[in-house]
Design a protein around this ligand. Structure first.
Ligand code: NDP
Length: 249
């Protein structure tokens, strides 16, 4: 059960949805999890849940806006200093600013690229120096089937996730010799705040396309991330694990 004991993991977007489930799953396997997001109260709530469930690991709340590159470097340095190691980075935080391409403002495009792609680059760069020194590490990027298939109304989001997949493969090739792997998980439709806001018409239109005929749960992504973080995934590198009930195949 506790295959991540003594591992130090940084998870972005740990306050809600998939990130919250990832933090709890990693803590359930004994990890010390630095859960980052902007909403400190929600992060404290996740940490409380870990304590109440008496999970073997610990969740440490960390208020961080991933649009602040300097803050990213500070957080990573502080984690490395406090714990002496960073074993796993999960780039999970992400946003949508949906709209049709023909009428999308530059600002909506840039905001999504910066949060979903640039921040993942900056975080990966920041942890890499610590992982290289240790000659071990795992970087796990939460992409999306939108980055593989495209999705109308999401040209910015799909571009950010396709970019994340390309970055994953490049990092995987750059760092493999240092025993650092980099993989992506591409969820399909998962029940979270992000999909809650979709109009019923859109949700009803998607369901028949999913062979399993249901949206996924955050925990069904978290278990995959936990697997990729553990020893059992030691020879998996540069892959995109699609977790979508069969939507894309
Ligand atoms: P939610 O909207 O439920 O949660 C998003 C998380 O990202 C929150 O914890 C939020 O924290 C954090 N976040 C957003 N902006 C920032 C920021 N500027 N700085 C720090 N943290 C930020 O999303 P999901 O849980 O659904 O999605 C998680 C990931 O999974 C995303 O990358 C998403 O693209 C991806 N994904 C989701 C799918 C789905 O169907 N739900 C499908 C495919 C991929 P806070 O607001 O507290 O800062």
């Amino acid at each position: 059960m506790a295959h991540l004991t003594s591992q130090v993991c940084i998870v972005t977007g740990g306050s809600r949805g998939i990130g919250r489930a990832i933090c709890l799953e990693l803590a359930a396997h004994g990890a010390t999890v630095v859960a980052c997001a902007r909403d400190g109260a929600k992060l404290a709530d996740v940490a409380r849940e870990a304590r109440e469930r008496e999970l073997p690991g610990v969740i440490e709340p960390c208020v961080l806006d991933i649009n602040d590159g300097a803050a990213i470097d500070t957080v990573v340095s502080e984690v490395a200093e406090k714990h002496g190691r960073i074993d796993v980075l999960v780039n999970n935080a992400g946003i949508t600013r949906d709209g049709l391409m023909a009428s999308m403002e530059d600002e909506a495009f840039d905001a999504v690229i910066n949060a979903n792609l640039r921040a993942a680059f900056q975080l990966s760069r920041a942890v890499t120096k610590h992982m290289m020194r240790a000659r071990r590490g795992r970087i796990i990027n939460i992409a999306s089937v939108a980055g593989v298939m495209g999705n109308p109304g999401q040209c910015n989001y799909a571009a950010s996730k396709a970019g994340l997949i390309g970055m994953t493969k490049s990092i995987a090739k750059e760092l493999a010799r240092r025993n650092i792997t980099c993989n992506a998980v591409a969820p399909g439709f998962i029940e979270t705040d992000m999909t809650d806001v979709l109009p019923d018409k859109v949700k009803e239109g998607v369901l028949p396309l999913i062979p399993m005929r249901r949206f996924g749960r955050s925990e069904e992504i978290a278990t995959v991330v936990s697997f990729l973080a553990g020893e059992g995934a030691s020879y998996i590198n540069g892959q995109v694990l699609v977790v979508d009930g069969g939507l894309y195949m």
